[in-house]
Design a protein around this ligand. Structure first.
Ligand SMILES: CC(C)=CCNc1ncnc2c1ncn2[C@@H]1O[C@H](COP(=O)(O)O)[C@@H](O)[C@H]1O
Length: 229
């Protein structure tokens, strides 16, 4: 990629190379973080999303592929069932889910994140927020969603998935359905969870049952309806 790389707010905060600057500006950075929480809560409360589903998935999913179509269909089916849709607002699977939600005429939310390279929010978002800090953004995802669907994705998707699972497992959030869409893609991971994690006693059988793995979007949407039950 030949785009110019900028230093993001997250990097200023987290990377020790910037620690001198952090010491000088610590108080101001905390204010910035606080402002980001306030803006996030304000905007999303005012949006009155009702029941919303967070959709995760790869930023790299090509627009002309089957996975993108699946994402559009998922967003649309969630919308037709009365759910608002929340994504990271980026390209790929996020764009697909926002597009489906927009097609269904429901609220389509994009929680954008500042990245070292320029990237606009996708055009199918009608409620947009732009975060500097990943951790603030993740709070918004969790607070305003009542369930999650993960389309095939990479590290970012895994991070969001396992954060959600940890919060459910530790009962920080209540009944919170999670569906992994794509048996071929996710099957290997779930096999490993059963064989290694569960097999070696690192999780309980009920923890694996938190996940629905399916190719059937209707089944995934029905699973989302179990939120809060
Ligand atoms: C082409 C490219 C890398 C763009 C990155 N642009 C992004 N824009 C918004 N959210 C993102 C982005 N990358 C990762 N994320 C977050 O991490 C997840 C995707 O990461 P990944 O592609 O699976 O690992 C998304 O659900 C999203 O919440």
């Amino acid at each position: 990629m030949s785009q110019k790389r900028k230093v993001t707010a997250d990097e200023h905060l987290l990377d020790t190379r910037h620690s001198e600057e952090w010491k000088q500006k610590a108080a101001w950075r905390v204010m910035k973080i606080q402002a980001e929480f306030v803006e996030g809560f304000d905007t999303l409360e005012a949006a009155e999303l009702g029941d919303a589903i967070g959709v995760y998935g790869s930023a790299r999913t090509p627009v002309d592929g089957e996975e993108y179509k699946l994402g559009v269909e998922l967003g649309r089916k969630l919308g037709e069932s009365g759910f608002s849709v929340i994504t990271g607002g980026g390209p790929g699977a996020m764009e697909a889910a926002n597009r489906g939600a927009a097609d269904a005429g429901v609220k389509s939310v994009g929680l954008g994140i500042e990245l070292p390279f320029e990237q606009g929010i996708n055009p199918y978002v009608d409620i947009q927020l732009d975060f500097h800090y990943f951790f603030v953004r993740k709070v918004m995802f969790l607070k305003y969603s009542c369930g999650f669907c993960a389309l095939p994705g990479g590290f970012g998707t895994m991070d969001e998935l396992f954060e959600s699972l940890t919060l459910v497992q530790t009962q920080k959030v209540g009944k919170f359905p999670i569906a992994l869409i794509g048996v071929d893609y996710w099957g290997g991971l779930v096999d490993w969870l059963r064989k290694s994690m569960l097999g070696e006693g690192k999780i309980n059988p009920a923890d694996v049952d938190l996940l629905l793995v399916t190719d059937d979007l209707d089944e995934a949407v029905d699973h989302m309806k179990k939120a809060g039950m």
